[in-house]
Design a protein around this ligand. Structure first.
Ligand SMILES: NC(=O)c1ccc[n+]([C@@H]2O[C@H](COP(=O)([O-])OP(=O)(O)OC[C@H]3O[C@@H](n4cnc5c(N)ncnc54)[C@H](O)[C@@H]3O)[C@@H](O)[C@H]2O)c1
Ligand SMILES: OC[C@H](O)C(O)[C@@H](O)CO
Ligand SMILES: [Zn+2]
Ligand SMILES: [Zn+2]
Length: 380
């Protein structure tokens, strides 16, 4: 049987052992199955060829993977923005942790059985790349981000990964928590660049997984008070169950951003210094802008439409800084330390669990708001 040693997505798609499983078909227990989406907006199980680590690579048995909103988006809409487009079968998943199964030539830092979190964005690491050289590797133009087309994702049984982009999980950090270090890394990158200080009043817009990990991070960083918003009371209740001290504001669809901001300021005892925007929705960004004080900052983690408007003169007359975040760099070790040290408890975020064979059902639950899922994970 031929083994694949490279990440080239075509090597998998063109391999004779690649095929889409028929609905209800039971794969062999050790088959390398994965959840793929395609341009026809289908999500299905596929069987991939066997993988063998090449030099510097590690074969990981993926034990836990979370479904991210972007996985659902690629499935349902076939693209994110103008550059990430689903043009063929593509593997999903980039929030993963697992166990080392086999190491390739020259790999000395990992051995069989080691527990690892998988950093899904692998930059080129070439000295000629300014962004890799200067540590801002999330900007690497040649990054391989597993699960962003055309690169297949980590929602699979066996995944090949470069040794240096795995992170060791201490014994007290589970695979599920290791997988959740990916969205946590997004929030931590935002918190780091937002310059949040002890005692800062903070607003978090949106209580989805990113808003909730931002809430946990802001709490760990000493923000006080923290106000969180959402359109759904159930999400606000969930936020409160995780951080009892958080103050909540339910966003009413009939109110404009200035009126929403008045409600937020009343709950926050004044304007906040920092807003972490975790929806990417234009009206929510406006609400955040009207909620911060003179000299404050609106840090936008959410993503959305290609173009949107800003209340320019309000920003200008109030010296409000706007910042944005694209994925993350250098956050995994920090995320793992915070979880291992007990400063951030990610466990409650996992509300639904599925076996790898049932990954398609997991996608349907993650995509259906009436199911009330926060984070759906697939374990193997
Ligand atoms: N910058 C990055 O690198 C990066 C990385 C990962 C995710 N994201 C983005 O972060 C955002 C949040 O991700 P998520 O997984 O938590 O998404 P999600 O859709 O699960 O959660 C968003 C939450 O915002 C709420 N919401 C929607 N409109 C609102 C409004 N007007 N006011 C208040 N709340 C509102 C929703 O009810 C929901 O609970 C998404 O836009 C996602 O694409 C960005
Ligand atoms: O968590 C990382 C994000 O989901 C990715 O940037 C994705 O949105 C596009 O590749
Ligand atoms: Zn993601
Ligand atoms: Zn690079």
């Amino acid at each position: 049987m031929a083994f694949i040693q490279e990440y080239d997505p075509r090597k998998i798609l063109d391999h004779p052992d690649f095929r889409v499983l028929a609905e209800g078909e039971k794969p062999a227990p050790d088959a390398n199955i994965a959840a793929f989406y395609n341009p026809k907006h289908e999500v299905h199980l596929v069987q991939k060829p066997r993988l063998k680590p090449g030099p510097g690579q590690v074969l990981v048995h993926v034990r836990a993977t979370g479904i991210c909103g972007s996985d659902v988006h690629f499935w349902k809409h076939g693209r994110i923005g103008d550059s990430m487009i689903v043009t063929d079968e593509c593997g999903s998943g980039h929030e993963s942790a697992g166990e080392v199964l086999e190491v390739g030539e020259g790999v000395t830092q990992w051995k069989v059985g080691d527990r690892v979190a998988i950093e899904a964005g692998v930059p080129c690491s070439q000295p000629s790349c300014e962004f890799c050289r200067t540590g801002r590797y999330n900007a690497c133009p040649d990054v391989v981000f597993f699960s962003t087309p055309p690169f297949h994702g980590t929602l699979t049984r066996f995944h090949l990964h470069p040794a240096q982009w795995l992170h060791r999980l201490p014994d007290n950090v589970s695979f599920e928590e290791g997988a959740l270090c990916e969205p946590l890394a997004v929030a931590l990158a935002g918190i780091e660049r937002s310059d949040l200080r002890l005692g800062d009043p903070v607003l978090i817009c949106g209580a989805g997984p990113i808003g909730l990990v931002s809430l946990l991070s802001a709490r760990a960083a000493g923000a006080e008070p923290i106000v969180i918003t959402d359109l759904f009371q159930s999400r606000l209740d969930f936020a409160k169950s995780m951080v009892p001290g958080v103050r909540t504001v339910l966003i009413e669809r009939g109110l404009g951003p200035k009126e929403q901001a008045e409600k937020i300021k009343a709950v926050a005892d004044g304007n906040v210094k920092l807003a972490l925007e975790c929806t990417g929705v234009e009206s929510s960004i406006h609400t955040a802008i009207y909620s911060v004080k003179f000299g404050g900052k609106v840090f936008i983690i959410g993503v959305g439409k290609s173009e949107l408007t800003f209340p320019f003169m309000h920003l200008s007359a109030n010296e409000i800084d706007l910042s944005l975040q694209y994925r993350y760099a250098n956050q995994y070790p920090k995320a793992i330390r915070l979880v291992a040290g007990g400063l951030i408890n990610l466990k409650p975020l996992v509300t639904h669990r599925f076996k790898l064979e049932d990954a398609v059902s997991a996608f349907h639950v993650a995509a259906d708001p009436s199911q009330g899922a926060i984070k759906v994970q697939i374990t193997d």
